[in-house]
Design a protein around this ligand. Structure first.
Ligand code: PLP
Length: 371
């Protein structure tokens, strides 16, 4: 049942398709579309469905995320970006996921699961499980150390039911203006590639590198954030369209008298009689609590400041006495209204975080409406 909600996000799947196409054209290779963390809050299943003919592969963080996509009928290869726990080998084989691998224990378990003829879903009909080797070139959070990668690949060759379908690394600083460490990582990765036999899919580039480091494109790029129309850094070599707009409705309008406080702790005190509006959105919806007193929303095409503490389910904004605002009016928290816009960069900066965190924090109870 569709009920009217106080707040929702609108997701423009055409924008995501256009962004994916633009990035793929720019990089001139294959596209591994990163849809981890519920496609950065946009909804992994609708986004993957929308990208089925554009993406060559999808990438997720966990085996569970991969299984959800398979259960939804997604057919393209699905990479798990982080070497999963060895205990998950049978699930990986069953659902025909392509795991990152950085340790031999997982490799052996995967090999054994295939060899023992463990149950397989219908689509997993091959005699081998494909893996992508994760090479640590300096990010130092996972992966096989670059100096040991060639040896590791040799060892994998001893497992007859395992096939190296790809090899990749991940940049720690590709979003910074100074690309010297990213280039050092690239050199380390390239040195591994020259010392091994050819692997079909070599990849390194996250959004920042996909946009600004063409020398890192190899066979495929691996963008997340930019698919959703958000630039990870100041470089904007291609045009991207933000896919998400966060809207709400005015729930309450009133005047408060001079000296009266607003919301928990009454930290805001009205300097004079003040017109205010209540909006049913709060940190329970993932709106960042640090925005009290500094965040703004759009009502009637104008910026209105958030006053008083942001509650779990409500926030209060200041209006001008002359504003013609009524219950039910549209509020924009992120996005455009009239000629004004509140960007995710602005919200993230004021909340002292990054756009990624704002997106993935938008709570489940906030309806996603697709167009
Ligand atoms: C999340 C992630 C990406 C995508 O990063 P963006 O900055 O969102 O483009 C690519 N590769 C790995 C290994 C990741 O963890």
């Amino acid at each position: 049942m569709d009920v009217t909600t106080h707040a929702h996000v609108e997701i423009d799947l055409n924008a995501i398709q256009a962004n994916a196409t633009a990035i793929k054209t720019h990089s001139q290779g294959q596209l591994i579309a990163v849809v981890k963390a519920d496609a950065y809050g946009h909804g992994a299943i609708p986004v993957a469905e929308a990208l089925q003919t554009i993406a060559d592969m999808f990438a997720v963080a966990t085996v569970q995320e991969g299984i959800e996509l398979r259960k939804a009928g997604i057919q393209k290869p699905i990479l798990t970006l982080f070497s999963p726990l060895p205990d998950l080998a049978e699930d990986i084989v069953f659902y025909d996921l392509t795991p990152a691998v950085d340790n031999f224990t997982l490799a052996q378990k995967l090999n054994k699961a295939v060899k023992d003829g463990k149950p397989r879903s219908q689509r997993a009909s091959t005699e081998r499980v494909k893996v992508h080797v994760d090479v640590n070139t300096g990010m130092n959070r996972c992966g096989v150390r670059y100096t040991e990668a060639a040896e590791f690949l040799k060892k994998l060759k001893t497992l007859p039911h395992l096939e190296v379908g790809g090899i990749f690394t991940h940049f720690a600083t590709a979003d910074e203006t100074d690309k010297s460490f990213a280039h050092l990582q690239l050199d380390r990765f390239s040195s591994v590639l020259t010392s091994i036999l050819n692997v079909p899919m070599k990849h390194a580039a996250n959004s920042a590198a996909a946009l600004a480091m063409p020398e890192s494109h190899f066979d495929a790029v691996r963008p997340g954030l930019s698919l959703y129309g958000i630039y990870p850094a100041d470089e904007k070599p291609i045009q991207l369209q933000p896919a998400l707009t966060w809207k709400a409705r005015v729930g309450w309008v009133d005047f408060i008298e001079q000296g009266e406080g607003v919301s928990y702790g009454l930290t805001y005190q009205a300097p004079s009689q003040t017109r205010v509006a209540g909006i049913q959105v709060g940190f329970g919806d993932g709106y960042p609590r640090p925005l009290l007193g500094i965040g703004e929303v759009l009502i009637g095409g104008k910026r209105c400041r958030i006053i008083g503490s942001i509650c779990m389910d409500m926030m209060v904004v200041q209006l001008e006495s002359s504003d013609n605002v009524a219950v039910g009016d549209e509020v924009v928290l992120i996005g455009k209204q009239g000629s004004e816009e509140i960007t995710i960069y602005e919200v993230a900066e004021r909340a002292n975080t990054i756009p990624y965190e704002i997106l993935i924090s938008i709570a489940k109870r906030v309806n996603r409406i697709y167009s």
